[in-house]
Design a protein around this ligand. Structure first.
Ligand SMILES: NC(=O)c1ccc[n+]([C@@H]2O[C@H](COP(=O)([O-])OP(=O)(O)OC[C@H]3O[C@@H](n4cnc5c(N)ncnc54)[C@H](O)[C@@H]3O)[C@@H](O)[C@H]2O)c1
Length: 249
């Protein structure tokens, strides 16, 4: 597989997205971060994009087509979370989360497909970032959970519809990954040190995740080594979801 693949990472300017962008860049790929804000690392290409806005996505894809002609890999990573009880969640909050997490995944995929069907694209692959919260529940995350479960469903349908064009589509469902994304949840616990130890103990792998764990999984899924894998959601959570809770002995 050519190392000169053209890769778009939405939300690629920080944390998990940035780590994914760097993983592809390390392999020699040309990476475009499609984000609201630019990455601090200016060795990455940046196109200002709002994934909740179709016109913005179309403008970004036109730019990629003009600069590179085709697209080999799309990583739909941009996502947000809110912390609210269902009764207090406003229609605007619901729409905002859905607009970015699932509508953004849909619209970016929709407009990327044309560039990925270009004969110059090599073994094109889409990787969506879902979450273990689409598979199990955390308190106050109902909207986020619904959006991420929807990403998993959309992944399977993309694989089915575009498999005949040689395009694979999979999702990575990260568990607890140490980024500021989780800070709002952690801030609710009075004893921060105790909660860090307790969260670590939930993981059979014996540690919390780091952005590179997700980046390596995404990179592998987009590679020829995963050429027979499509329509799947790969859990990257240090075994957290596999562990059934029991009272302490
Ligand atoms: N951190 C975790 O523990 C964790 C766990 C499971 C899943 N995830 C998922 O991983 C992805 C990245 O998480 P993170 O921790 O790096 O989050 P983050 O908030 O640090 O980064 C998200 C990025 O998306 C960008 N973004 C937000 N709205 C956008 C929009 N409308 N258009 C374009 N870009 C936009 C932000 O600017 C930011 O660069 C998200 O989809 C998140 O749901 C994270």
């Amino acid at each position: 597989m050519s190392s000169k693949r053209i890769v778009i990472v939405t939300g690629g300017s920080q944390n998990i997205g940035l780590s994914i962008a760097r993983r592809f860049q390390k392999s020699g790929a040309t990476v475009i971060c499609a984000d609201l804000n630019p990455p601090q690392d200016n060795s990455l290409n940046f196109i200002a994009t709002d994934v909740s806005n179709e016109a913005s996505i179309m403008a970004m894809m036109d730019q990629v087509e003009m600069d590179f002609g085709h697209l080999d890999v799309l990583v739909n990573n941009a996502g947000i979370c809110i912390e609210t009880p269902i009764q207090d969640t406003t229609e605007q909050q619901w729409d905002r989360v859905m607009d970015i997490n699932i509508k953004g995944t849909f619209l970016t995929t929709k407009h990327a497909l044309r560039l990925m069907k270009n004969p110059a694209a090599t073994a094109p692959a889409i990787v969506n970032i879902s979450s273990i919260e689409g598979l199990g529940a955390n308190p106050l995350h109902a909207v986020y959970a619904a959006s991420k479960a929807a990403v998993a469903g959309f992944t399977r349908n993309t694989a089915l519809e575009y498999g005949p064009y040689g395009i694979r589509c999979n999702a990575v469902a990260p568990g607890w990954i140490n980024t500021p994304f989780n800070e709002r949840l952690l801030a609710q616990y009075p004893d921060r040190e105790a909660v860090d130890t307790e969260i670590e103990a939930l993981h059979p792998a014996g540690r919390l995740g780091v952005p590179e764990d997700v980046a390596n999984t995404v990179f592998w899924l987009a590679s020829s080594e995963a050429s027979f894998i499509t329509g799947q959601e790969i859990i990257c959570d240090g075994g957290r979801l596999a562990k059934l809770p029991l009272p302490k002995l």
